[in-house]
Design a protein around this ligand. Structure first.
Ligand SMILES: Cc1ncc(COP(=O)(O)O)c(C=O)c1O
Length: 406
């Protein structure tokens, strides 16, 4: 593609951004299954190691297949955004998983004595790294309800050790949302680093950089890959210098690098992100309405419904409310188990972000061993079902749910 050609549409960027002409004229980026890269001469090795010449050295440090995925996601997260009148740029570092991207973020930005301000209902792995791993390094997290700006402000005012605001919106598993713009503004007024996990939304639905967020993390395992074929993650930052130096040095040292085959699957999946998200979201809205009117359902949690407490925040910062919803069955635990067992097309599993509709029952699966009072604090009741609404034809999703609910 001619680099001077402006890409003006979202899917044009998703399809073409990041792609470089292959030296052997392969149509698609090859899977560079090579752990190391050769030098023409010793002097070239010297130039590459000293940073005087760009080029690949060793795949833990970078690989051409990773580069295409990194540049594509960076282009999507910054699409149509500007800073001081010039197009915003970001740099991404692809990782083996969302968790490894989060680890690089936290360890490259924080030091002993620092604290993170965050909220309830983070993804379980993130919560664990903050509550179990970081304290061993002298870093801790303060959890408050960040949907209440007064509480956020009070927490920051009370503790000068807070250095980072970390948000996940919509959050896993409750789909709670926080106001990125307001929180980012508050954080900047207090010189805090800001980071947002954008996994549930994807850059198609929400661009945290638009609101001045410094770092974005994704579990690319989910909607970005879109087909459930690989675990992966990315850390993105708009401070290019920091990304190229501190973040890159930390990522290289920790060794949570991606692998070329998974990067290739991710690149392939991302080309259809807009099409998939449009369908996921329109199906989710219809499924939410169907469930809302079903006698066996006590409550539907979907930010697209005006009844959801975070409806207005989601509407303000997201293009559509997303593909994830949850609902509570009238009959509690046994009703949840019966419903899950009756599903015929929809799939019983715990992940999300795939083309097929996936359902899980936290009380009998992910949260089986969590004490009841603890579960209820997070809104996880016995009859709660979590759903990733897929891109199948709507009537088949609804028919399957209907027969399983009766
Ligand atoms: C919001 C969110 N962030 C991060 C992660 C961790 O990603 P991974 O499983 O790719 O390490 C997950 C995984 O489910 C997630 O849902």
């Amino acid at each position: 593609m001619d680099k001077s050609f402006p890409l003006t549409g979202w899917s044009s960027v998703a399809v073409h951004a990041g792609h470089e002409q292959d030296p052997n004229y392969a149509h698609l980026v090859p899977i560079y299954a090579s752990s190391t890269f050769v030098f023409d001469e010793a002097e070239q090795g010297m130039r590459r190691f000293s940073g005087k010449e760009d080029g690949y050295i060793y795949s833990r440090w970078g690989n051409p297949t990773f580069t295409e995925a990194e540049n594509k996601i960076a282009a999507l997260e910054t699409f149509e955004l500007e800073k001081d009148g010039i197009p915003l740029e970001a740099k991404g570092i692809l990782h083996a998983s969302g968790m490894s991207a989060i680890t690089t973020l936290l360890l490259s930005t924080l030091k002993p004595g620092d604290k993170i301000l965050t909220h309830y209902s983070l993804y379980g792995g993130t919560e664990e790294i903050m509550s179990k791993v970081l304290p061993t390094l002298g870093i801790s997290a303060i959890i408050t309800d960040l949907r209440d700006l007064k509480k956020a402000s009070a927490a920051i005012a009370n503790d000068k050790a807070i250095k980072m605001l970390y948000i996940e919106t919509p959050a896993n598993p409750t789909i709670q949302c926080v106001d990125i713009e307001q929180l980012s503004k508050l954080a900047k007024e207090n010189n805090l680093i800001t980071a947002c996990d954008n996994t549930f939304a994807t850059p198609y639905l929400q661009q945290p950089f638009r609101f001045g967020i410094d770092f974005i993390v994704h579990s690319t395992t989910k909607f970005l890959n879109g087909h459930g074929t690989a675990i992966g993650g990315i850390l993105l930052g708009s401070n290019l210098e920091f990304m190229k130096t501190k973040a890159y040095a930390m990522a290289k040292t920790l060794g949570g690098n991606a692998n070329p085959f998974d990067a290739f699957l991710l690149i392939t999946g991302m080309k259809t992100l807009e099409l998939r998200m449009e369908r996921h979201c329109s199906n989710a809205m219809e499924v939410a309405h169907f469930l809302e009117n079903h006698a066996a359902v006590a409550k539907v949690n979907y930010t697209g419904l005006a009844s959801h407490p975070d409806h207005l925040i989601a509407k303000k910062q997201m293009r559509h409310p997303g593909a994830m919803l949850s609902f509570e069955l009238q009959g509690g635990l046994q009703a949840g188990i019966n419903f899950m067992n009756k599903l015929k097309m929809c799939v019983r599993t715990v992940s999300l972000g795939t083309c097929d509709t996936l359902l899980s029952h936290p009380a009998s699966m992910t949260h089986y061993s969590v004490p009841k009072e603890e579960k209820e604090k997070y809104g996880i009741t016995d009859g709660l079902i979590r759903m990733n609404v897929g891109i199948e034809n709507l009537q088949d999703i609804i028919s399957d749910l209907d027969q399983a609910l009766t």
